[in-house]
Design a protein around this ligand. Structure first.
Ligand code: ADP
Ligand code: MG
Length: 326
């Protein structure tokens, strides 16, 4: 934890640690150093617990649940998984199935649950998902028991878990009395309050120029900024980039878009929406944004052109707020 003391405002503390498979950073203005330290300990603990519960990269309760579902069995889900199922369903429905956390087995077949590499599944395997895709309607919940009526259904909350985590943990930090902060998990972030006299200012990554900012935005109290990009997790094969956001209609990586940014007061919705809008692509992004109720959306297409809703365009204050890359 590093502290910076200004002259009149409360000092800024900055801490970072690796959790949730990504770099988590807390930037907070507070006069109470001990409280900031407690907050940091809480974040480390809670992010780690969520990661252990939800990872599909190693053995986990969710991986074992998926294996039971696959054999047609009934599994008991823990509270976090039940909550994520409940929270995901309306986003699945409103996005017309483009946000689909039941696609975990397909994500696995592409190799995105492995740390490196990946391979294009055979056309027959892909066709099986196109013909008969697993969806949330195939997942039945009774109390804490879960079972599936589709043999290829695996739950994968990779498109929403970070949003849920930032929503829950941001609330916890506020309850601890921290009111001016940015909580950033790998470039997706939630903001509380202001940066002293100014708004917190954040940079949105240029999807094709590592370390460059494509736009900056002054983020208001209790807003979250989520970006889904084809640069986060991908492999190259014969010069083609295969990334981890899959289009349920083709069973392949979604095309047309390189990044989507959503600003919304609910971090969970911002996360799910960024994934769904990415899949919707250039033809569908406005329709899916409206269906999900998100008004502030920006996307970058494969030609590097930026598109934004009117509400988002008004906020892209390039030059006015000098956002650092988060
Ligand atoms: P990031 O913020 O890492 O760019 P997203 O929030 O878009 O990513 O989530 C991508 C992850 O979501 C994938 O790694 C996979 O686990 C899962 N996923 C892939 N395709 C979909 C989809 N169509 N709907 C829901 N989740 C998906
Ligand atoms: Mg997402």
């Amino acid at each position: 934890m590093v502290g910076l003391v200004g002259c009149t405002e409360e000092p800024v503390y900055h801490s970072s640690f690796f959790a949730f498979g990504t770099l988590v950073e807390l930037t907070v203005r507070s006069a109470d150093r001990d409280r900031v330290q407690q907050a940091e300990a809480l974040l480390v603990r809670e992010f780690e617990a969520m990661h252990q519960a939800l990872t599909l990269h190693t053995d986990s309760p969710l991986l074992r649940l998926n294996q039971v579902l696959e054999t047609g069995g009934t599994a008991v889900a823990d509270a976090l998984v039940l909550e994520l199922i409940r929270v995901s369903r309306p986003y699945y429905q409103r996005s017309g199935g483009l946000f689909n956390p039941a696609l975990g087995r397909l994500v696995r077949e592409w190799g995105f649950h492995e740390e490196d590499g990946g391979a294009v599944p055979t056309p027959e395997r892909l066709q099986a998902y196109v013909t008969n895709p697993p969806g949330m309607e195939h997942l039945l919940v009774e109390g804490t028991q879960v079972y599936s009526t589709h043999a290829a259904l695996w739950l994968d909350f990779g498109g929403i878990a970070k949003g849920y985590a930032l929503e829950q943990l941001g609330d916890r930090l506020r309850e601890m009395g921290l009111r001016q902060l940015i909580l950033n998990a790998g470039g997706d972030l939630r903001v509380l309050g202001r940066n002293g006299a100014r708004a917190w200012c954040v940079g949105i990554r240029d999807p094709r120029q590592v370390g460059q900012v494509i736009a900056s935005v002054a983020v208001e109290d209790d807003e979250s900024v989520f970006t889904s990009g084809d640069y986060e997790r991908y492999f190259m094969q014969a010069g083609v980039r295969y990334h981890h956001i899959l289009d349920p209609k083709t069973a392949r990586p979604a095309t047309g878009v390189t990044s989507v940014t959503v600003i919304h007061r609910q971090a969970t919705l911002a996360d799910a929406a960024a994934t769904a809008i990415f899949v919707a692509g250039l033809e569908g992004w406005q329709r899916v944004s409206a269906a999900l109720g998100v008004e502030q959306v920006m996307l970058v297409d494969e030609q590097g052109r930026m598109h934004a809703t009117p509400a988002m365009r008004a906020r892209l204050l390039r030059g006015v707020c000098e956002g650092e890359l988060q």
